[in-house]
Write a new protein. Sequence first.
Lengths: 278, 278
Amino acid sequence: MRPNARAALDSFRKPAFLKPMRDAKPNKERSPKKPASAERQPGVRRSDAARIPGASVHTSLASEIGLRIVRGDYPPGTILPNEAKWSETFSVSRSAVREAIKMLMAKSLLASRPKIGSWVEPKERWNLLDRDVLAWYATSPDREVFLKTVQEFRHIIEPEASAFAAMRRTEEQMAEISQACREMGEAASLQERTRADTRFHLAILRASGNDLLVPLGVLIESAFDHLFTFTTRAVDDLNHVQKLHEAIEKNIRLQRPDAARAAVRKLLANTDNVIKSR
Amino acid sequence: MRPNARAALDSFRKPAFLKPMRDAKPNKERSPKKPASAERQPGVRRSDAARIPGASVHTSLASEIGLRIVRGDYPPGTILPNEAKWSETFSVSRSAVREAIKMLMAKSLLASRPKIGSWVEPKERWNLLDRDVLAWYATSPDREVFLKTVQEFRHIIEPEASAFAAMRRTEEQMAEISQACREMGEAASLQERTRADTRFHLAILRASGNDLLVPLGVLIESAFDHLFTFTTRAVDDLNHVQKLHEAIEKNIRLQRPDAARAAVRKLLANTDNVIKSR
DNA sequence: TACGCTCTATTGTCAGACAATATTGCTTTC
DNA sequence: GAAAGCAATATTGTCTGACAATAGAGCGTA
């Protein structure tokens, strides 16, 4: 990687891509020990928000462009800057740009044709249930709406998933569910608790016996990530929530689909209240 | 593209990638008018199954590798052949291979690290709700199971989506739904009818007012694609199905969520029977 | 006006080089 | 002999520069 590529990727996070760029043309003498961050000009704001320290250039680039698209910088139908332009803007090679674009094409955010360029696909084609796209989508102007949408979706999915789990879970899957439930109760920190909570719900999806429900786990993960902000929960509330989870666990264990469904509905109603009361 | 690249892509469809390859090293004189298909050795079976005539090399490659992974040729955890190997196997450049792999990484089928290589991700991480992955998945050994899974999923999603649509549809969205319903009735061919049918269900998802439901349309499309085989339907059955659709349309129009939900359930039950009776 | 030609901008594909990385096995040391 | 550090090595990551294929745009001609 050219020494200042990552830096450029950072500094251009917010101010759009139109900014003039010093050092646009190749540095012939590949400088040995990157003084990149040292020689960054002071005026450029260095955003740490979407910084991905260990990530490769094309991955970072894909995140950057993907975020811009989802955010609405380039509305559907817009022709994006061409590959050479991106390459110049971020001081990365065209190959890196292409690999980034290929990733976005795989998520149906983009499509392209020779001589035309790359354009943003209509929103309906976006694969919103993709982990990355969802993450970009979640950074939208107001999280409130996003959270509401995800929560509504959970109401559709999770009760039925639990009912199926009650009917079809194997002993192994049951053990996973039970363990996650137990670990929720025993968790020392709230973060640890949230992780166990996530595992609990994902395990139920897996136990539902429908392969297509499993990928929806990303939604739950995303929901918990953003619900984590609503961290101000009283202890007795936590106890109550734990009881609700245990009720679900019990009804799946006893193979009572209807009761399991009802128990999940109760839990979701509780979560609704937590969100609403904010 | 090297003249015989596409041909190699084809001929290697089934026989795995271990086969010896003539013409592995670059042809210096870029031959002007590809005699590719002419000089293909007779023994190699040329599969037309997953042939994508207009597609680019990296897209075809991604389909080929993706299909193999989903099909189970490389179980999760397996380290794939390295980039150079793929490149040699299919007589394409390493860049093309990389772009293909990047696309599969974007779908969470793969991950990679330097010095290790690329490996197949655990199945739970696969984005099964992705259009391509779903298509590959649908070519699995027995379609029966796939169809059953999708149909079950529709039972979870569509009744609720319709209920929401009944509550929140705009006039424009209603018009879309009604038009699709009408065109179903007036369709001349069965294919035309199926297309209208698909549009009908997708329009309902859009009208539900929940952005996350829209991407699930790929499932419906896929279901109809594969249901299309069950094409032996009597005329009076078609009439009955049309009535069921009209009931849905009516209840959404009259903004009756519960009735809309019930109407969808009825339609799905009918579809269940069609599938079962095969 | 309609058709067809050329021009040209953009993605698609190729080739070859070097960098970064982390496993593997070797070597050293205790 | 075991543990720790070190070097060798295989693989992906990145860059560069070239040419091919494609299809829109503009022009000229019938």
